[in-house]
Design a protein around this ligand. Structure first.
Ligand code: ADP
Length: 228
């Protein structure tokens, strides 16, 4: 099985006044293409930081991340952005939608980048899939957090990424909408073979994945294979 993500001895520190704060230390793991993977741990344990480093949104201090066979630290910012556009989907709380575009236009962006025809027609179908057919022409500021999350999911579907990084995808959703989002995430895995990497507090969601990595104080505590 080929590895889509390979993380080796990753470390990250932040400057805090005249001190340095070690947020991640000696983190190593790898994920197979098509796998579903959860990262869990207490608040402040470094989960979001780890996800950002794996997705090439931030620079590592120590160690390496290979994403889709490419060493991220050997790429410049433009090259990393190109790789993200081609291969990576995001559902991040703070890395969401383009504020000047409607829901429909946001979902159509990846389709336009791929040079597809009828981008608005396909985007409308995807919005219907996530139950937002009556919110097509709303701007992100006119949508609730949960609705924005679902637009982000529709956008991830439209780009059919090789790997999708989701940070607390059910975090600010009511349980019914949360369940719907989880179903759609796993549909994307089944239908398009998209690898899922999900940061979550929700153990029920984590247990739906094939493997769980537990972080505590920036270190890997355990890695559990659930579906041997
Ligand atoms: P989690 O997602 O597990 O809650 P985070 O990765 O968000 O954890 O944060 C881990 C630690 O790193 C926290 O103590 C947080 O305050 C700190 N941290 C995160 N981002 C920054 C930053 N840009 N500058 C300084 N400290 C940060």
């Amino acid at each position: 099985m080929s590895k889509i993500l390979n993380v080796t001895q990753l470390g990250k520190t932040y400057a805090s006044g005249n001190k340095t704060l070690t947020v991640l230390e000696d983190v190593s793991f790898s994920i197979d293409t098509g796998e579903t993977f959860a990262i869990v741990g207490p608040s402040g344990s470094g989960k979001t930081t780890l996800l950002g480093l794996c997705a090439g949104l931030d620079q590592t201090d120590q160690g390496t991340v290979h994403l889709c066979g490419v060493a991220l630290n050997e790429l410049n910012e433009d090259e990393r952005a190109l790789l993200r556009n081609r291969e990576v989907g995001f559902i991040f709380q703070n890395f969401q939608l383009l504020p000047t575009l409607t829901a429909l236009e946001n979902v159509a962006v990846p389709l336009e980048l791929q040079g597809q025809k009828n981008t608005h027609g396909i985007a409308a179908e995807l919005l219907e899939k996530v139950g937002l057919q009556d919110r097509k022409h709303h701007y992100p500021s006119q949508l609730s957090g949960g609705e924005q999350q679902r637009v982000a999911l529709a956008r991830a579907f439209s780009s059919t990424p090789s790997i999708l990084f989701a940070d607390e995808p059910t975090g600010n959703l009511d349980s019914e909408t949360g369940q719907k989002v989880v179903e759609l995430l796993f549909d994307l895995n089944k239908e398009a073979g998209t690898t899922l990497v999900i940061v979550t507090h929700d153990m029920e969601l984590a247990q739906k994945t094939q493997r769980i990595l537990k972080l505590k104080g920036g270190k890997v505590v355990t890695e559990e294979n659930q579906k041997l």
